[in-house]
Structure formats: C-alpha cells, structure tokens
Design a protein around this ligand. Structure first.
Ligand code: PLP
Ligand code: COI
Length: 354
C-alpha cells in the first residue's frame, strides 16, 4: 500500500472540485440558482446543542414527512453576499447584521439560536469551499449566501421540533432586476397583506414569503416587476416591497424610510442610512404615509439581492406616481457598491476577509 502523503493545496483543490459543477458564464448571471460545489450543514440536538458541522457535495436535505418546517412553517432564512475585491481578497459584507437578525427570528419562532460565531464560521466555510464560484472582480456579480434554519423530525402536535438544522448554500448571482441603476415600476398590492401588525413580518420567517407569490405573479402579469405593501391595519402607511425595504428622497433631499413593527429590518438599509449620514444627508426613520409618496423626488428598493434599485413609478389603483432622476440614490449606490468591491475604504468596518 502506498503511504498516504499530505495533499498539496492544488491537489486538495482538485479533489474538492473533482465532481463539482462547471463554473458559470460570469457575464450572464442573473439572480438564479447556479450550482456550486458544497453545502454546509450543522445539526442541533437537545443533548449536545450544535455539532461541528459538515461540508458536503450533497445538496439534498432528507427530513421526516412530519417535520415542523413542512407543516407549521418553523423555518427562517437569511441572505448576504461575498465579493471578490479589487485587491484579490474575498470579503463578506455586513454579516453581523444577518447573524443578529437570524438570532431574533430564532427566538421568536422558539428555535435554537445560532450564535454569531457559528453563523460566521458556517458562512466562511461555505465561501471557502466554493471560492472558485465567487464571481471575479470586475463582472459586477457576487456570491449570494443563503443560510437557513429549520425544525424537523417526526412530530404531530404543535410544539418544539425534535431536531433542528442550520445550513448555508452559496450561489453566484448577478442583478435581481434589470441591474445597476436601471429603474423598475412598482404596484401597490390591493386585497392582500404581507404581515399582520403583531405577526412575524419583522423576522425573516420562510412563511412570510409564500403569501407574496400570488400577488407578485399577478403584478408581473400586469407589467410590474415589484409589489409594494401598505400597512395591514389601515392601508395608509408604506410598509415595504416584496423582497426589499422602501427608501424615499424628499424634495429637500432628506432620505426617508418607514418604521413599522411589521417591516423586515433590512441589513442593507442600515448601511444605506449610515452611509447617507456620513455623506451629510439628513435621514428620517418614521412612519411614511402613502399620501407623501407622490411628493417624493426619488424612490428606491433596498436589500441584499436588489442592492438599491430605483423605482420609476408607484401605481395604486388608477393613480400613478412617477420618478425621474435618481441622483441621491445613485450616490448611495456607488458608495455602497464600491465598499463591497473593495474599491473604497470600509469606513463602517462591516466587511470581513474570508
Ligand atoms: N424586506 C424583505 C421582505 C426581504 O425579503 C428583504 C431581503 O432580505 C429585505 C427587506 C431586505 O433585507 P436585507 O437588506 O437584509 O437583505
Ligand atoms: C435577499 O435580498 O437576500 C432576499 O432574501 C430576497 C429574496 C426573497 C429573493
């Protein structure tokens, strides 16, 4: 028998990717699932807590048919991005905010908390084991990371699940909508609400998204790529878009964004508002009445997948509010994407080299 020798870096890399899917065409990436080499999975048990986790080329998850996540929606997910920067390093953007949001969701849905160190470890492992799939600098793409936490195992009555798993899957992505600063049209959803006032709209619960599939399909059929929800109780205040928060710029240049207990607190929005403040802009976080929307100078959708996407119009029933010129949004977009790509100094200290 041949004595086993330690693998060289190149050989271990070849082995890691031996059966892995081919690399995508970087130029044509949209926001689609592109296969990568490995998924990371940690399992939790009441006796031992979180295990050491494993990295596997297997992307299927086998769970019992009576799992909480399938019947009772006990599941949470996150979304964050990593970038190949100008200096050749790979950095993950703003991950502490996603770790904190997952923690608050786990507490609300009575699931075991993923400690921030474990969240970082899982995300970094997923990036490293799929590093070939991080779009190279200069293509405008990113590696989208999708952490998810769910309750599973045989269970019939409503209560805590016997098992929990925390996984991370990576996919290289391009733009969610048209890309860059190309504006899109929004439609205010009539007849459906996104989240109840004291429900779970403020956490990234998997079950918040299924109810939006139908309104989004109906809006797209009418030519609107994005839906805007108003508050469920009175239909008078702006809540958020299907997959992103609402940012407006007033005629005076103030950046305004709605507060509400049923909005998902966008991690990207935190960075956008802090960047705006540092650039000397006035920022207001407060309830935003729909009556104000027509008077805004600029409107944008803000989130990990959509970054800052300008909104060219907001239609509610027969009324259309249109926006042209997105100077403030463009300034903020450029400031944020240049930190993401490592072209500008990370003054907020929110990137981490992987
Ligand atoms: N609101 C909703 C409903 C979302 O799904 C997302 C996406 O994650 C956001 C807002 C934006 O949040 P973030 O900036 O953390 O991606
Ligand atoms: C994200 O921006 O990370 C999201 O989770 C959006 C997703 C619903 C497509």
């Amino acid at each position: 028998r041949r004595a086993s020798r330690p693998l060289s870096r190149a050989a271990s890399r070849r082995r890691l990717y031996a059966t892995a899917p081919p690399l995508p065409e970087w130029e044509t990436l949209g926001f689609n699932a592109t296969p990568t080499a490995r998924m990371i999975r940690y399992n939790w048990s009441a006796e031992r807590g979180w295990d050491a986790g494993e990295s596997s080329p297997e992307f299927t998850v086998t769970i019992h048919g009576l799992s909480n996540v399938l019947h009772y929606g006990q599941g949470l997910f996150e979304g964050l991005k990593a970038f190949h920067c100008k200096d050749g390093l790979v950095r993950v953007f703003n991950s502490h905010a996603n770790a904190a949001r997952l923690q608050s969701g786990a507490e609300r849905l009575a699931m075991p908390v993923v400690p921030p160190e474990l969240f970082d470890e899982a995300v970094d492992r997923c990036i490293r084991d799929n590093v070939e799939y991080v779009p190279p600098y200069g293509y405008g793409g990113a590696m989208y990371l999708r952490p998810f936490l769910f309750g599973h195992g045989e269970k019939l009555g409503l209560g805590a699940a016997p098992h929990y798993s925390f996984c991370v899957i990576a996919s290289p992505v391009g733009a969610y909508y048209k890309g860059g600063l190309e504006p899109i049209d929004a439609l205010v959803v009539e007849g459906f609400d996104r989240a109840a006032p004291r429900g779970v709209g403020n956490i990234k619960a998997a079950g918040n998204y299924a109810p939006d599939v139908l309104p989004s399909i109906l809006a797209k059929e009418k030519g609107y790529p994005v839906c805007l929800y108003l508050d469920a109780a009175t239909q008078t205040y702006v809540e958020e878009f299907s997959t992103s928060n609402f940012i407006g710029v007033t005629a005076e240049g103030t950046v305004v964004t709605p507060t509400s207990p049923s909005i998902l607190p966008s991690c990207t929005k935190g960075v956008v508002l802090e960047t705006a403040r540092r650039l000397g802009m006035r920022v207001e976080e407060r309830p935003v009445s729909f009556d104000e929307v027509g008077g805004l100078k600029e409107v944008a959708a803000c989130g990990t997948a959509v970054v800052l996407t300008p909104i060219s119009s907001v239609t509610r029933g027969g009324t259309v509010h249109s926006y042209a010129g997105f100077d403030t949004i463009a300034t903020l977009y450029n400031a944020i994407t240049s930190v993401q790509q490592g072209e500008a100094n990370d003054a907020l200290g929110i990137t981490r080299v992987v």
